[in-house]
Write a protein that binds this ligand. Structure first.
Ligand SMILES: C[S@@+](CC[C@H](N)C(=O)[O-])C[C@H]1O[C@@H](n2cnc3c(N)ncnc32)[C@H](O)[C@@H]1O
Length: 286
């Protein structure tokens, strides 16, 4: 791997910041391919089912969602194009694409994704303006929300961009963002209360977010089984993860001890939406 896999961040993960803020996702997908990345593919059927559930209660079937920590639009690609995560992880290994300029690659990607207008409006939310611009230029997202809402509030224009959001989703983002961002989004959306579905590494606690949003009337449900996220990048990352899990009172056997990160799905429902009303396909995860 062409980065230091022994350098860990405060949560014990290797530092991947260098792939999150570039003009194209070439290095992002190539690095994650080496780590056998899987969480967006695991999460996609859950997101699809939640979108169908929300569409049932809407005459025009138009659904608006925020993908928090959307990066280059990976969740959008799975929701809006016919590409699979595997297609994305394989695509950028090709020499011709590796040698393209950023502008050439964006043009090629736009016609490769072939995103057509559909009833899902996706707002990509991230701190990386470059990643969001790539996702916009390739039509993967409809609009962007760029900023660190751990540190500041939304502007009036940003509030208008997200108004009437039905669903907030995330993969691989909680931990980078905490309750401040979630509260800020919910406050800006008031009185609308979107459903939320977050995939959160087992090494990261969702407790503070759960407590804070319960003040807004949300009830949170945690999946029975965790979902595989990616392989560990190094033995240092694995060791620190196992130590952390044990400190948290969690048993890594059959999961992280086998060499991969695992994430739980947390679904948060606003008052007025009962867990029992969710489709069987969703309830079966809990
Ligand atoms: C591990 S990546 C996940 C990307 C994508 N959701 C996926 O599953 O592949 C984490 C993303 O969170 C973004 N991020 C980090 N801090 C953030 C913050 N404070 N607010 C929003 N996004 C943030 C990073 O720029 C990066 O794109």
């Amino acid at each position: 791997m062409n980065f230091d896999t022994t350098k860990l961040d405060a949560t014990g993960k290797v530092v991947l910041d260098h792939i999150y803020d570039l003009e194209t996702p070439l290095h992002f997908y190539n690095a994650l391919s080496e780590l056998d990345y899987s969480i967006p593919a695991e999460a996609n059927p859950v997101f699809e089912k939640l979108i169908s559930f929300l569409q049932k209660n809407k005459a025009n079937k138009e659904i608006k969602l925020i993908d928090l920590g959307s990066s280059y639009g990976v969740n959008s690609a799975l929701l809006k194009s016919k590409k699979s995560l595997n297609d994305l992880l394989e695509r950028y290994k090709v020499r011709e694409l590796k040698n393209s300029t950023s502008n050439e690659l964006i043009k090629k990607d736009k016609s490769w994704y072939q995103v057509e207008k559909n009833s899902i409006t996706i707002i990509g939310a991230d701190v990386s303006e470059r990643a969001l611009d790539y996702a916009l230029k390739t039509n993967l997202i409809n609009n962007k929300l760029c900023g660190n809402f751990e540190e500041r509030t939304l502007t009036e224009t940003e509030t208008q961009i997200i108004e009437n959001t039905d669903l907030i989703i995330s993969t691989g983002c909680i931990g980078y963002v905490g309750y401040q961002t979630i509260k800020e989004l919910l406050n800006s959306l008031t009185p609308k209360q979107p459903i939320m579905a977050h995939f959160v590494l087992r090494t990261i606690s969702f407790e503070k977010i759960e407590q804070e949003i319960s003040k807004n009337g949300y009830k949170t449900y945690k999946s029975k089984m965790p979902f595989r996220q990616r392989s560990f990048a190094s033995k240092e990352e694995k060791t620190s993860t196992l130590e952390r899990l044990i400190e948290m009172g969690l048993n890594p056997e059959n999961y992280e001890a086998e060499g991969s990160y695992y994430a739980h799905l947390y679904i948060s429902l606003p008052s007025g939406i009962e867990f029992t009303s969710l489709p069987e396909g969703i309830k079966s995860y809990f």
